[in-house]
Structure formats: structure tokens, C-alpha cells
Write a protein that binds this ligand. Structure first.
Ligand SMILES: [Zn+2]
Length: 158
């Protein structure tokens, strides 16, 4: 291999190595391997939370749950949404007009060919759902459309 080609080749390898390292690394406090997540979560939870999947509409019992309490992350139990901010959107997914600030993070995905605001748990990175701007106008105007599979409901003691 001529010297100049060799140089380009080495440079290319370094670039790839850096790039894949950056993808693996994230800032989430809770870090687990795919195998660990798979053994901890149900098949549906794994599909939704780790593969950005979506559960079937009207399939979650939380869609029509209006008891008082807190919805925590199904993977790491971080409090994500309060029942005070839940509303019946009619979409078939648990819907909230706001999140518990600081515990939910946002990104943009193009999984269905258009930009959507994706939401995930700030602590473990588990995918939760998407946020839309057609929520209740009287409050925030936001609709956090959340997979029940990503949530665990804790009833408040009253
Ligand atoms: Zn979490």
C-alpha cells in the first residue's frame, strides 16, 4: 500500500472508532446492556422502551386509569407523570398535558418520515412516547402521548 493510502486508511479507521464510541456513550445515569434490559423488561416493554416501538392503541389498562397517583418509569421507577395532568385524549394511549419537569427528556425522531418530538426517561433513556401540540387548550396545549408499557402506576395513599 502506498504511504499516502495507508495514512488515509488509518485516519478512516480512527474516524469510525470515534464515531461508534460516541453512539454507544450516552449521559444516562442508568446504563445496562441490551441483554440486561431484555431480561429485566417484558417483551412489550423491551420493544417499546429500547426499540422505540409503539403499543397497540387501547391496549394499555392505564389509558382509562383515572385514579390518583404517579406514573413512574417501568424500567427504573423515576416519577414521570402525575395523575393530576392526565386527560382522556380518546387516542387509545395514556395522555398527559405535562411531564414531571427534569425527569423526561426530549429528542426529535423521523421514524415515520416526519419530525416528531420523542420523549424518554431522563434517568435510563427508556422511550416513552411522543409530544404533540393538540392537547387541552385550557392548560398547556400539549399532548404527551405515552405508551402504557413504559409506565408503572403508583397509587397515592389516601
Ligand atoms: Zn427510566
Amino acid at each position: 500500500m502506498p504511504y499516502s493510502h495507508q495514512f488515509v486508511y488509518i485516519f478512516f479507521c480512527l474516524f469510525l472508532a470515534c464515531n461508534s464510541e460516541a453512539q454507544k456513550k450516552s449521559n444516562f445515569k442508568i446504563q445496562k446492556t441490551e441483554a440486561e434490559w431484555k431480561s429485566q423488561l417484558t417483551d412489550l416493554q423491551y420493544y417499546v422502551m429500547r426499540k422505540q416501538g409503539t403499543e397497540r392503541a387501547f391496549s394499555s389498562p392505564y389509558d382509562k386509569n383515572f385514579l390518583q397517583g404517579t406514573y413512574v418509569c417501568a424500567a427504573c421507577e423515576t416519577p414521570l407523570f402525575s395523575s393530576d395532568h392526565k386527560f382522556n385524549s380518546g387516542t387509545g394511549w395514556p395522555s398527559f398535558d405535562r411531564e414531571i419537569k427534569g425527569n423526561v427528556s426530549f429528542s426529535v425522531d423521523y421514524n415515520i418520515g416526519m419530525a416528531r418530538t420523542e420523549e424518554h426517561c431522563s434517568n435510563c433513556g427508556g422511550h416513552l412516547g411522543h409530544m404533540f401540540s393538540d392537547g387541552p387548550r385550557k392548560t398547556t396545549g400539549k399532548r404527551h402521548c405515552i405508551n402504557g408499557a413504559s409506565l408503572k402506576f403508583i397509587t397515592s395513599n389516601e
